[in-house]
Design a binder for this molecule. Structure first.
Ligand code: SF4
Length: 410
């Protein structure tokens, strides 16, 4: 029997990912399932087709196979490595990376277990170590000593040029851009509201009502300018409640009080921690977007500006409250940070090396935490959620699904 490869060639030449097989048993053992997301895309298409149904009914709808299969692993086996310490050097030794200070070796990690390497401040890396990481596709990310994301070293860029073409078309189309910007801002405000509802000891119903109203306004906002106004009003309301989310250590303890959000430079420990965490989160989203095939510098809400990772900032909106803010609240409330973890000058507050280590460890714990996906119903780590959402965004801008659904916890 002669097999014709013509349909396969035609599909490859179109430059479009073919639609996933609906409910196919082949997907159970397919190595592409984490990229293809067959059940998730099928569910979202079914929900879009069910126009007459209410959102709630649509969310409860199950696929013909009974439920969404978790075809992608819930978490990554490889983990990020952070090197914090002026004068440290990263070297390759056999199948390991070693970290040396001036006094001697301070740490090591197996190369195959590293997902990314983050270097803070004056940390050096040898050429053999850099080349090995490039060949393995492991990004090396550089930060200033204060945690400002400087840049990334990667072997080669992603080959998915079709996705970048879709991204550029979408960013140049104001109608499509505003739809994605609405989702980003509405998702962020929804998650801010959830954090306040869960943790505000005073349970301010007026703030919750205002945030709910702003979510509705964001979903209908006609322009980026109006979205900026809505986002500003939501931030003012949210941060006016933020002090209530932090348990005071003792009556009159002013060390970790919070009055308002300030940055560049942060003027108090809570703002220093928030700024540092936002820096780590935007870097994680930058790396995730690169891995999926996007250009992280071209966004739909944040406008392009030299050196600004606009798409990473767009995607960060929905995750700011539930990842970064949540980590900050836990670090302070569990007393994992103390006053000796901060350096105060008259102009700013910064973290010490030990403070940064405590913060990174709290952040990594959060990223490894598994949560039930509100739409798909399976457990997945926050780190994996970043990738799932980036892939859903890719399928939205390529037109396969109509609407992007931000990740909103209940
Ligand atoms: S996961 Fe996607 S690529 Fe793999 S068999 Fe299923 S539909 Fe095909």
């Amino acid at each position: 029997m002669r097999i014709s490869f013509a349909p396969l060639r035609t599909a490859a030449e179109q430059g479009e990912m073919p639609p996933p097989l609906p409910h196919s048993p082949k997907c159970n053992h397919c190595s592409l399932a984490g990229i293809c997301l067959p059940d998730e895309i099928t569910l979202l298409k079914e929900m879009e087709a069910a126009d007459a149904e209410t959102n709630e009914e649509a969310e409860e709808k199950e696929t013909a196979s009974g439920q969404i299969r978790r075809l992608l692993p819930s978490r990554d086996d490889a983990i990020p490595v952070y090197v914090v310490g002026q004068g440290n050097t990263v070297r390759k030794k056999g199948e390991r990376l070693e970290i040396w200070s001036r006094e001697g070796k301070v740490g090591e990690a197996k190369l195959r277990e590293i997902s990314q390497l983050s270097l803070y401040g004056g940390v050096e890396i040898t050429t053999p170590a850099m080349v090995e990481l490039m060949q393995r596709g492991v990004p090396v990310i550089h930060y200033t000593h204060g945690g400002w994301f400087l840049g990334i070293c990667l072997g080669t860029t992603h080959k998915n040029v079709e996705l970048r073409m879709h991204q550029f078309h979408c960013a140049l189309d104001p109608k499509r851009s505003i739809l994605l910007a609405q989702k980003a801002v509405a998702g962020k405000i929804k998650n801010c509201r959830t954090l306040v509802r869960r943790n505000d000891s005073m349970r301010s119903t007026s703030s919750l009502s205002l945030l709910a109203k702003l979510v509705a306004e964001a979903e209908e906002a006609p322009s980026s300018e109006s979205l900026l106004g809505i986002e500003g009003a939501a931030a003012e309301c949210y941060f006016s409640r933020f002090a209530n989310l932090l348990k005071g250590r003792k009556e009159g303890d002013k060390d970790f009080s919070f009055e308002n959000r300030n940055r560049r430079p942060p003027k108090d420990p809570v703002n220093a921690v928030l700024s540092y965490l936002y820096g780590i989160l935007v870097k994680d989203l930058f790396v995730t977007l690169l891995a999926v095939g996007f250009d992280p510098y071209l966004g739909f809400y944040h406008r392009p500006r030299y050196g600004r990772p606009a798409l990473a900032l767009d995607m960060m909106e929905e995750f700011r409250p539930i990842i970064a803010d949540s980590v900050a609240i836990n670090l302070f409330n569990n007393e994992e940070l103390s006053r000796k973890d901060f350096i105060k000058t008259c102009a700013e507050v910064t973290l010490t090396s030990n403070g940064k280590k405590a913060l990174i460890s709290g952040y990594e714990r959060r990223m490894e935490t598994e949560i039930v996906h509100p739409l798909f119903g399976y457990k997945v780590s926050y780190r994996r959620v970043l990738e799932v959402q980036a892939r859903l965004l890719a399928r939205t801008i390529s037109g396969e699904i109509k609407e992007y659904s931000p990740f909103c916890t209940r």
